[in-house]
Design a binder for this molecule. Structure first.
Ligand code: ES4
Ligand code: ZN
Length: 326
């Protein structure tokens, strides 16, 4: 897909993007060659052709397998830089990027290499790419909470520049309440809190993320529409929801964009932003997602401007920084 120059789009923030999910097939092959890692595909085109997913677990299998090419601090720096270059073209002025520390520790990649590679580039993101950034450490809900707590303590001990924590991976069978201790520790440490909930799981997971984890923001959360009382609550409280409509279609959480609950969430007065999730895997960076949503729901210029404003309003930036973007 081609994208017009950033000036033709309203400035926006991106609040829901997995750094490891921004790995383009070309870069995957470049890093594989550099690190002597064998990918089970002959070329980048064949890898991209495999990006056809039956559900979230099928996507997570390939997403996790491709991480084998990420080994050194330079790899994480290159990955981060490539995302920022493309995000700038999409009109992104502020990005809250999550990464999966556990996915690299299990492969014996040092936490220092992961954090060092990412933050070295993020420190220069404003000067080099015109994008302010915040980093979120996401934890795997299908792993024991003790693992997550251990990694969080390590991040705190090394004074890693993370603004907050998230919770990702397969949702079914791993309800939010399992991570109450992790979120309590993060809250005590002064970290911000988001969590994937109601992506493939029920509305109760959204409620539990709010009540049991004290999540300040919900990633996806599309199942909320199954519970009108909860919709009223999150609308009244202006809880930010970072929705990824193309991701939801590509992972078959919803049958089509036309049937996506985004318009209902907006109509209910919820604070909703539109995001990419894992752009190359789902064939859409956030400008492509904006275009797809605009076409599917025939959004007006005002509605698009409201979504762009909501992307900043739902951020973890201080209020004066948000105001400067609006
Ligand atoms: C993810 Cl789409 C999605 N859902 C849950 N966890 C994830 N990690 C990366 N992408
Ligand atoms: Zn996600």
């Amino acid at each position: 897909m081609t994208s017009p120059a950033p000036s033709s789009r309203p400035p926006r923030a991106e609040l829901h993007v997995h750094l490891e999910g921004t790995l383009e097939p070309d870069l995957a092959f470049e890093l594989a060659a550099r690190n002597g890692v064998e990918l089970p595909y002959p070329d980048p085109e064949s890898l991209r052709a495999a990006y056809d997913f039956a559900d979230l677990p099928a996507f997570l299998d390939l997403y996790t397998a491709n991480m084998a090419v990420l080994r050194t601090e330079a790899d994480f720096a290159d990955l981060t830089r490539a995302y920022l270059v493309r995000a700038a073209r999409a009109g992104v002025r502020h990005a809250e990027i999550s990464f999966d520390p556990q996915a690299h520790l299990v492969r014996d990649v040092p936490l220092e290499a992961v954090v060092g590679g990412i933050t070295g580039v993020l420190e220069r993101a404003e000067a080099d790419h015109g994008i302010s950034t915040l980093l979120i450490a996401a934890f795997h809900r299908d792993k024991p909470v003790a693992d997550a707590l251990d990694v969080l303590e390590r991040l705190l001990a090394m004074d890693a520049p993370v603004v907050g924590i998230g919770l990702d991976n397969a949702e079914i069978g791993y309800p939010p309440g399992l991570f109450a201790d992790l979120y309590a520790r993060a809250e005590t440490a002064g970290l911000r809190r988001t969590a994937h909930a109601g992506e493939e799981g029920p509305a109760a997971n959204v409620r539990d993320a709010l009540d049991l984890l004290h999540a300040e923001r919900i990633d996806h959360g599309i199942a909320v529409v199954q519970d009108p009382a909860l919709v009223a609550r999150v609308a009244a409280g202006q809880v930010p929801f970072t929705v990824c409509p193309v991701s939801n279609v590509r992972l078959r959480a919803v049958p089509s964009l036309a049937e996506h609950p985004l318009p209902d969430m907006i109509a209910a007065g919820m604070l909703v932003s539109v995001n990419s999730d894992d752009p190359p895997y789902f064939g859409a960076y956030v400008d492509d997602v904006d275009d797809a949503v605009t076409a599917a729901f025939d959004l007006s210029r005002d509605q698009r401007a409201a979504l762009a404003a909501a992307s900043f309003e739902g951020s973890f930036l201080p209020r004066d920084r948000v105001a400067a973007y609006l």
